[in-house]
Design a protein around this ligand. Structure first.
Ligand code: SAM
Length: 295
């Protein structure tokens, strides 16, 4: 039950830029193209200094002499570096029950409705946490779902949460389901008691999520800009604080793809500073950054 590689990765690495090593035109053009194709983020010229500064730390970690060497690494093996690059350019910040109004809607309205309808053999309930980071979001959903299934006497129902992210580093933490005990702020005392197992000895200061939550959550790597293997429909998709850096054409494509994976009446949750306004009209706004697919 130890802290993950992702949690430890920055330990002991100096934040100072590589002295005198600049991000040249050629490398910036390559990175800009690469980041747009793979992360949907359009880097303007004004971002060059920022990218140079932030990548300097990564170059040190990898013991690379310059940005050309970093571009060569991306060319050779983009997939394994993409997650690190994403966290350099954007952020993996997350927490349990972040933006609690979405969990309230889920608990008080949506799950009771869905569980009332899903009574036949073979009925499925599917929720997707897209851009799940280190797993706090899908496990918080799982706590609410597990409780609702129990209340409805529907423990047998085929209910699953798919948790995906492009970053292997955060997915490792999500798979382990082990978290620092001082980062559980959003979870009620009752839920902590019920759903988190305290570590002892070498694991003092950490908690592990209850096996029931792990059973409900499937963690998979997935880049939202690439092909998706899922075929079946979801009842709800959480894609919160992910599209914030995407440009409008990328958001437009992504929201249409989400619409295709939701039935009429299915829900899409975005982050607090994200919106579909003027980008997509398959959905109507029904709460704070909560959208319902139109009939
Ligand atoms: C700020 S975190 C948000 C985590 C969680 N959804 C929340 O709201 O707390 C954004 C996550 O989106 C992931 N992400 C960014 N672009 C992505 C993409 N193209 N495909 C999949 N995941 C992506 C990042 O790796 C990061 O873990």
């Amino acid at each position: 039950m130890h802290a993950s590689t992702a949690q430890r990765k920055d330990a002991g690495v100096s934040a100072s830029p590589l002295a005198g090593v600049l991000l040249g035109d050629h490398e910036f053009a390559y990175l800009r193209d690469f980041v747009y194709q793979n992360l949907g983020i359009a880097l303007s010229d004004q971002k060059r200094q920022l990218v140079q500064g932030r990548l300097a730390r990564r170059l040190r970690q990898l013991h690379l002499p310059d940005y050309a060497a970093y571009c060569a690494l991306l060319r050779a093996d983009a997939d394994s570096e993409l997650g690190e690059l994403a966290s350099v350019i954007s952020t993996n910040v997350t927490s349990f029950f972040r933006e609690p109004h979405h969990y309230e809607l889920l608990e008080k309205e949506l799950l009771p409705q869905w569980l009332d309808c899903k009574r036949r053999d073979g009925d499925r309930l599917r929720i997707w946490s897209a851009g799940c980071s280190s797993g706090e979001e899908p496990y918080a959903i799982a706590m609410v779902l597990a409780e609702a299934l129990e209340t409805a006497g529907a423990k047998h129902l085929d209910a699953k949460i798919l948790a995906t992210d492009l970053s292997p580093q955060v997915l490792e933490t999500a798979r382990n389901g082990v978290y620092a005990a001082d980062r559980l702020g959003g979870i009620s005392a009752e839920r902590r008691h019920r759903w988190l197992l305290r570590g002892s000895g070498a694991n003092e200061g950490y908690v592990r999520v209850h096996p029931r939550l792990r059973e409900l959550v499937t963690v998979q790597p997935l880049n939202l800009l690439h092909d998706w293997p899922m075929k079946g429909l979801f009842d709800a998709i959480f894609c919160r604080n992910v599209v914030i850096y995407f440009d409008t054409p990328t958001k437009k494509r992504l929201f249409s793809r989400y619409a295709a994976l939701l039935p009429a009446g299915g829900y899409l949750f975005l982050g607090h500073s994200e919106s579909m306004h003027g980008i997509n009209d398959d959905f109507e706004l029904v709460g704070r950054t909560a959208y319902r697919k139109r009939a």
